[in-house]
Design a protein around this ligand. Structure first.
Ligand code: UDP
Ligand code: MG
Length: 312
């Protein structure tokens, strides 16, 4: 079986050498044991890095033909870099494993992935069992996000990032998804096929900083929800309906006050409060609807998700 490992890199010049050394050891061992073909390879996807990442990739590929590189023309973001690698390489291997460049994902799991592939699995998820090396903030926000996602009716594998094996069959299926706002974690479970999870401990980032600061993380989370669920739209409809019912009760109350009880003008404050309340809900609802309209606008344009500058 020919294995490919796809690694998106954005300003990762300090991690590349170490990760490729470790990968070499694992590839050598798997080849020696006869689990994978000797033509198995590692491909780095340079996502428009501003440092020497691409030069490092070129050097690696010159020193060892098992290392390949794809250079994107600019920064397209993690998910797009990943899909670029997967789609570009899917016909060159029997299965592709995707992982991060920062050595946070335990590489020893690769052997497990390969074994599961031989057992006939098409999708193997790497799931981290603890997040002790992530900051408390990251842990909490991630936990909240999974809960919220579940509430919104999206099924995803908890604590699974983009460390997984996809067989050729699964990749072919994935290539039929043409969404612009990619959220691979949500799409892969939709592919179906025989799948299973392997567990590992997530380590600390080897070098450099996380490329997912808060704002990027929030935007990613928003993609994760709005690309998979129309439940927010439904919640708006529901809110509107409840408000409508409440206002009916309000009208009845006003009529009684005015004509039966004969009370004069009621308080100014309650009027103001309700104006603000309804106004706020309206604007919020428009915002959520706008999100979806914007998304279909972008999807309608059908722009490419990535552009490749060169390959080595
Ligand atoms: N990455 C990328 N493009 C980006 C941001 C990140 O290709 O715009 C890569 C990055 O080099 C790393 C992987 O995506 O290999 C995951 O990023 P990171 O480790 O910063 O995310 P975290 O693990 O903190 O969620
Ligand atoms: Mg990381």
């Amino acid at each position: 079986m020919k294995l490919g490992i796809v690694i998106p890199c954005y300003n990762e010049e300090n991690t590349l050498e170490e990760s490729s050394q470790q990968l070499c050891i694992i590839l050598d061992r798997l080849i020696a044991q006869g689990h994978i073909d000797s033509k198995s390879f590692v491909c780095y996807v340079d996502d428009g890095s501003e440092d020497n990442t691409w030069e490092n990739i070129e050097n690696l590929s010159q020193a060892d033909t098992r290392f390949r590189g794809i250079k994107l023309s600019r920064n397209f973001g993690h998910q797009n870099a990943l899909i670029a690698g997967l789609m570009q390489l899917k016909d060159l291997a029997d299965a592709l494993i995707s992982m991060d460049a920062d050595l946070q994902d335990d590489m020893r799991l690769i052997e497990g992935f390969v074994q599961k592939y031989h057992e006939g699995y098409d999708v193997v998820y790497g799931v981290r069992d603890k997040r002790e090396h992530d900051s408390r903030f990251k842990r909490r926000t991630a936990e909240f996000f999974y809960r919220f996602q579940h509430f919104m009716g999206i099924e995803s594998i908890q604590n699974h990032a983009d460390y997984r094996l996809l067989s050729h069959k699964a990749l072919e299926a994935l290539s039929q998804f043409s969404e612009i706002h990619l959220f691979l974690r949500g799409i892969v479970p939709m592919l179906g096929f025989r799948s299973c999870s392997l567990y590992y401990k997530r380590a600390e980032r080897f070098a450099g900083e996380s490329k997912y600061p808060l704002v990027k993380m929030l935007l990613f989370a928003l993609d994760g929800i709005t690309s998979f669920s129309v439940r927010p739209l439904r919640l708006i409809t529901l809110t509107g309906f409840v408000l409508f019912l409440l206002s009916l009760v309000g009208i009845v109350w006003v009529v009684i006050e005015k004509f039966i009880l004969g009370n004069a003008v009621q308080g100014w404050s309650s009027t103001m409060v309700s104006i603000y309340f309804i106004g706020g809900i309206q604007v919020m609802s428009l915002g959520v609807i706008g999100e979806y309209v914007g998304r279909s606008f972008e999807q309608g344009k059908g722009r490419p998700r990535y552009i490749i500058e060169k390959e080595v």
